[in-house]
Design a protein around this ligand. Structure first.
Ligand SMILES: NC(=O)c1ccc[n+]([C@@H]2O[C@H](COP(=O)([O-])OP(=O)(O)OC[C@H]3O[C@@H](n4cnc5c(N)ncnc54)[C@H](O)[C@@H]3O)[C@@H](O)[C@H]2O)c1
Ligand SMILES: O=C(O)C(=O)C[C@@H](O)[C@H](O)[C@H](O)COP(=O)(O)O
Ligand SMILES: [Zn+2]
Length: 359
């Protein structure tokens, strides 16, 4: 087992990464302070992992709620089912909400934990690659709004992250690829040696080699934990984790939640951000080509959806949470491995990128 810490003073917490952790409650039950635990999962993950999770919690007072599976259900309406379950079980302020699933379950469970009786304990048990490398760490929780991704939410940190790498064995290939988009992100924004490593070890990752996956998860979480420890609420550096997301969130919202996976939208959005960085004369064409090739090898999209035009992107991107006083803030690359946040992108360059990617 590998362990990392997200350093946030009295709210610091560990990330445990290892094979078989789900069944090894002895390693993580100590992060559940009280006796009441609500396990939140969905109708795909529950048949695979709910009973084992409940068995690991044997002796505690447990309840569970099974949500419908899909990004289109990451809504305020569906969130209510978690509150219903907490109230049905008569759980009090000392209870713990345990998220068993991918980023959708993690984001919703965390937001429910932040809101129920104004805040109860929260534990992340991520079961997708994307959730193990990104969404379970850092405390961004929330739901989507029809007008924009993750528009309603809270920063609310878990007490621990328990990443059982064995759960990735049941993950569909398309979902594994989506997780790789966020892994590649860390290399691009601040860890060039990691990018080199991913390029070399992509076949091992795709074959789900346990050592390769564990390394990718550890290194990704290390990068994210360092950033979150310095800028928990995204007043500066944390925005770098949004590389490709202003374009990507526009794709997810514009095509209808669930059509494009989050990681797929991030991959295409990252290529767009890199194209714009090239237009600003920061990247060379061969840098962009290198990343396009990597995404393609990973099975990820590198072009925008046909149904979105330049003006659709501009309208959808304007609602991005990084926008300030009507100005879009974009994460661009000065060079591979070095991201910056820019509020001074000339509109004609942004339009040129969008025109090049839109039909
Ligand atoms: N909070 C953050 O910092 C953060 C970071 C990145 C992404 N996100 C959010 O995370 C979400 C995407 O997360 P995701 O990619 O995990 O998607 P997801 O939660 O929809 O899970 C992907 C699919 O895999 C299934 N699944 C999960 N674990 C499985 C397993 N072990 N075996 C078989 N099937 C399994 C799920 O049921 C689902 O169908 C988006 O809503 C995104 O906005 C949040
Ligand atoms: O943790 C962060 O900070 C991130 O930006 C990670 C992203 O991968 C993630 O998709 C996040 O949910 C996007 O945040 P948002 O604030 O743009 O909704
Ligand atoms: Zn993301």
């Amino acid at each position: 087992m590998q362990t990392l810490t997200v350093e946030l003073a009295d709210r610091s917490y560990p990330i445990l990464i290892g094979a078989g952790l789900l069944d090894q409650g002895e390693y993580w039950r100590r992060y559940i302070p009280g006796r009441q635990v609500l396990v939140v999962s969905n109708d795909t993950i529950a048949p695979l992992y709910l009973q084992r999770t409940l068995a690991a919690l044997d002796g505690l007072q447990t309840a569970h709620v099974i949500l419908p599976d899909g990004e289109q259900y990451k809504t305020l309406e569906v969130l209510n089912r978690i509150f219903d379950a907490l109230l049905d079980a008569r759980f009090d302020r000392g209870c713990t909400v345990l998220a068993l699933g991918g980023g959708v379950i993690g984001d919703m469970s965390g937001f429910a934990a932040a809101c129920y009786q104004r805040g109860v304990h929260f534990l992340q048990v991520p079961t997708t690659l994307l959730a193990q490398v990104d969404s379970s760490v850092g405390g961004k929780t929330g739901v989507n709004h029809a007008a924009g991704k993750n528009m309603i939410g809270a920063f609310y940190q878990p007490r621990a992250v328990i990443a059982d790498t064995d759960t990735l064995n049941t993950l569909p290939d398309r979902e594994l690829a989506a997780g790789l988009a966020e892994v590649i992100k860390y290399g691009l924004i601040r860890d060039l040696p990691f990018l080199d490593w991913i390029e070399e070890n992509l076949p091992a990752l795709q074959a789900r080699d346990p050592a390769a996956l564990t390394h990718a998860i550890y290194r990704s979480c290390l990068n994210k934990a360092e950033i979150v420890g310095r800028d928990e609420r995204e007043s500066g550096e944390r925005a770098l984790l949004n590389l490709g997301h202003t374009f990507g969130h526009a794709i997810e919202t514009g095509t209808g939640y669930g059509q494009w996976l989050h990681g797929e939208a991030v991959a295409a959005g990252t290529v767009m951000a890199l194209d714009l960085s090239r237009r600003r004369n920061w990247l060379e064409p061969q840098d962009v080509e290198r990343v396009v090739k990597l995404f393609q090898r990973a099975g990820l999209p590198v072009t925008a959806p046909r149904e979105l035009a330049t003006d659709d992107f501009l309208r959808l991107m304007a609602i991005d949470k990084k926008a300030k006083d009507g100005r879009i803030n974009l994460v661009l690359l000065k060079e591979l491995g070095h991201a910056v946040i820019c509020d001074d992108t000339p509109t004609e360059l942004l339009r040129a990128t969008l025109d090049a990617f839109c039909c």
